[in-house]
Design a protein around this ligand. Sequence first.
Ligand SMILES: [Zn+2]
Length: 123
Amino acid sequence: MVRREGEWARHYQDSWLERSGSPALPRWLRVVALAYGSHDNDGHARFKRGEVALVLAGPFPRGDVPKPLSRQRVHEAVRQAVELGFLDEGSIPMCLIVPAHDVRKGSLDGKSKPCPVHKRRAS
Ligand SMILES: [Zn+2]
């Protein structure tokens, strides 16, 4: 295989999102898949409170009452994904950040809005 520096490829976010629901994968990898499958043009993937905990706890059998993963386990999975370099520092369950040097998402207008979660945390 010949590698050329700076080569890149596009990935479909739907496939990543699908993988985030796989109980066969370790939790940190499911967090990564969720981030890569959900991030916006700015690299931030925002979630409602408890949403990541539900994704990591599933899939749920039909008729089963979803029981979210504990907050501590969610934070551990996010931290591990950061430590392994798959997510940027600053990632939290309400906003996972993909590394800008690894992942890019474009838009036709080239614009992206600032992340409201991290804007709020910075102030
Ligand atoms: Zn953010």
